[in-house]
Design a binder for this molecule. Sequence first.
Ligand SMILES: NC(=O)c1ccc[n+]([C@@H]2O[C@H](COP(=O)([O-])OP(=O)(O)OC[C@H]3O[C@@H](n4cnc5c(N)ncnc54)[C@H](O)[C@@H]3O)[C@@H](O)[C@H]2O)c1
Ligand SMILES: [Zn+2]
Ligand SMILES: [Zn+2]
Length: 333
Amino acid sequence: MKALVYRGNNKIVLEDKPKPEIRDPTDAIIKLKYITICGSDLHILQGHVPTCAEGTTLGHEGVGVVDSVGDGVKNFKAGDLVLIACITSCSACAMCRRGLWSHCDKAGWILGHTIDGTQAEYVRTPLADSSLYHAPKGVDEKALCMLSDIVPTGYEVGVLAGKVKPGSSVVIVGVGPVGLGALITSKLYSPSLVVVIDKDEGRLEAAKGMGADVAINAGDKDAVKKARELTGGAGFDTVIEAVGVPASFEMCQELLSFGGNLANIGVHGKSATIAMDKLWGLNICKFGSMRCGCTGLTLSRYHYGVRELHFYSFVTTHVRSGYAEVGHPPYSW
Ligand SMILES: NC(=O)c1ccc[n+]([C@@H]2O[C@H](COP(=O)([O-])OP(=O)(O)OC[C@H]3O[C@@H](n4cnc5c(N)ncnc54)[C@H](O)[C@@H]3O)[C@@H](O)[C@H]2O)c1
Ligand SMILES: [Zn+2]
Ligand SMILES: [Zn+2]
């Protein structure tokens, strides 16, 4: 089968690999229909995730059809259409029972990281009963794929951890797919103001199309000042970081109001400064977390009837051109 393989030093190669086989009784093999590229794949390519070995097939998101299951899998059978959770979890260990699925003793974020992932024709998904979801009947399969990781991450790690409430002022720094996921799900809580900040005008335009009230270019030297002015100088109740570089994390700190919440989504490959001399007395809360993976199916309910959550708008291009657009055209393709 064909697979997109991480070969170190910004290099992704389309290679032939053997089709995966059942290794443990709790495994399933999935034939993929739709996959995505996550900012975390880009962090791996840039060498920010040293736990990912060269030779690993990338990808931790996907929708596909079950090809085969191990003897221990009870909830899925060949032919089922499934959503693959980006986090693999056993649902029974101490961490899973505390709801910290991404810290499962047996798994966590392993797909496309410590084991071969979904950017291939087939993938082996361990702990299938607790790491796959049945696709709701009649769902738009491409849009469903956005619920493996992208949209629920924006929701869980951004909106829920950032405690967005009715009337909140919200600023999102970085509106790639994950930041856009935070944007559309923040709207479920009726915030009074949602501002987005990004370097890329195309992404800012997309964010405005999905309901951002104001878009500011991060390259503007007065970006922070302009954003704070929109709150009458008070700063934002919720600041969501969805980039993963020191500059954006540091900008987020300057956007906080007294009592504000800074929800960090970005995967960071370098350490960033926390300006405690400025922040110590502001009564802020700071969260940095890995997605725990339980809201994907809740959000999929929004596929029924109206599609106001825009999941489908995230699907713009083919994976090959997607990697090329972000500066990593795969070799041998
Ligand atoms: N915590 C988790 O569980 C989790 C899960 C998924 C993704 N992530 C992380 O979330 C982040 C976003 O993912 P994505 O897929 O949207 O990535 P992406 O690379 O598509 O988007 C990042 C956006 O940030 C913008 N940007 C870059 N530098 C900036 C700066 N200095 N200021 C403002 N904007 C800037 C880029 O223009 C881009 O639009 C990544 O770091 C990814 O690894 C974390
Ligand atoms: Zn991801
Ligand atoms: Zn577990």
